[in-house]
Ligand binder design. Structure first.
Ligand SMILES: *Cc1c(COP(=O)(O)O)cnc(C)c1O
Length: 237
């Protein structure tokens, strides 16, 4: 089932690229495997997936230890400063940086472990109260601040769009994020070269691709519905 789902998602990404005149190689599918057991990740791996997304530090570390080493792990969930040390040398990209304090902690731990950590700034484009992320107004200043820190590199922007019935409703948010991204690139901030836009989930990734997404994060569309014990709200935040 997982293999077929991946194939279907890949085909839809192909079609969205063709429709919007984009190169297929410029879009990478991240299989969001949070809450899912290892055999399901192994199936996705066998189907060719090398990019996996997790939103909890402990779960990411556990899966990192048990899965093949050529996987690129993406931290897509809210990150607490006291847990940064566990993942700086394991993640390929942290999608969810929304404050200078968090970036400073990542920088500090990265220096300690002699690694350079790539990050995205999470932007709460739709201004939903329940979501993390910096505001559209504050993004540029945050990027400028992080640019001065050692061993951390801003690669681009990320957003989580609202849950909607009609994905077209989210086009405005994807468009806005791309606009902010282009504006920041035009500013030529020292030490910043951005080429990543992480946007689009199961419900709206095709729209996101036509608006310029370079990473789409798909969970349900690959692994099926998630089951939560008690912490559904935390996961959704
Ligand atoms: C869970 C999650 C996803 C995947 O959501 P689906 O709707 O299952 O595709 C993508 N991005 C983030 C940040 C998530 O937490």
């Amino acid at each position: 089932m997982i293999q077929e789902n991946i194939k279907l998602v890949e085909e839809k990404i192909d079609a969205a690229c063709a429709k919007s005149g984009r190169d297929r190689e410029d879009v990478t599918l991240i299989a969001v495997s949070k809450t899912k057991p290892l055999p399901m990740l192994q199936e996705a791996y066998a189907a060719g997936c090398r990019d996996f997304g997790e939103n909890k530090v402990q779960e990411l570390v556990d899966k990192y230890e048990q899965m093949p080493k050529d996987i690129r792990w993406h931290m897509i969930g809210h990150l607490q400063r006291n847990k940064v040390k566990y993942i700086v040398d394991k993640v390929y990209l942290i999608h969810s940086v929304d404050s200078l304090r968090l970036a400073e902690e990542i920088s500090k731990e990265a220096v300690k472990k002699s690694v350079t950590v790539s990050i995205l700034i999470e932007v709460n484009v739709a201004e939903e109260e329940t979501k993390f992320g910096t505001t559209c107004e504050d993004v540029t200043q945050l990027v400028e601040g992080i640019a001065k820190l050692p061993n951390i590199q801003v690669k681009g922007l990320m957003t989580i769009a609202p849950y909607v019935e009609n994905p077209e409703e989210n086009r405005q948010y994807f468009e806005k994020l791309r606009q902010i991204y282009v504006d920041i690139i035009r500013k030529n901030i020292d030490n910043i070269s951005m080429d990543v836009l992480s946007m689009g989930m199961t419900g709206d990734y095709e729209v996101a691709v036509t608006e310029g997404a370079t990473y789409v994060r798909v969970g349900t569309g690959i692994f099926g519905e998630r089951q939560y014990a008690t912490d559904r709200m935390e996961d959704l935040s």
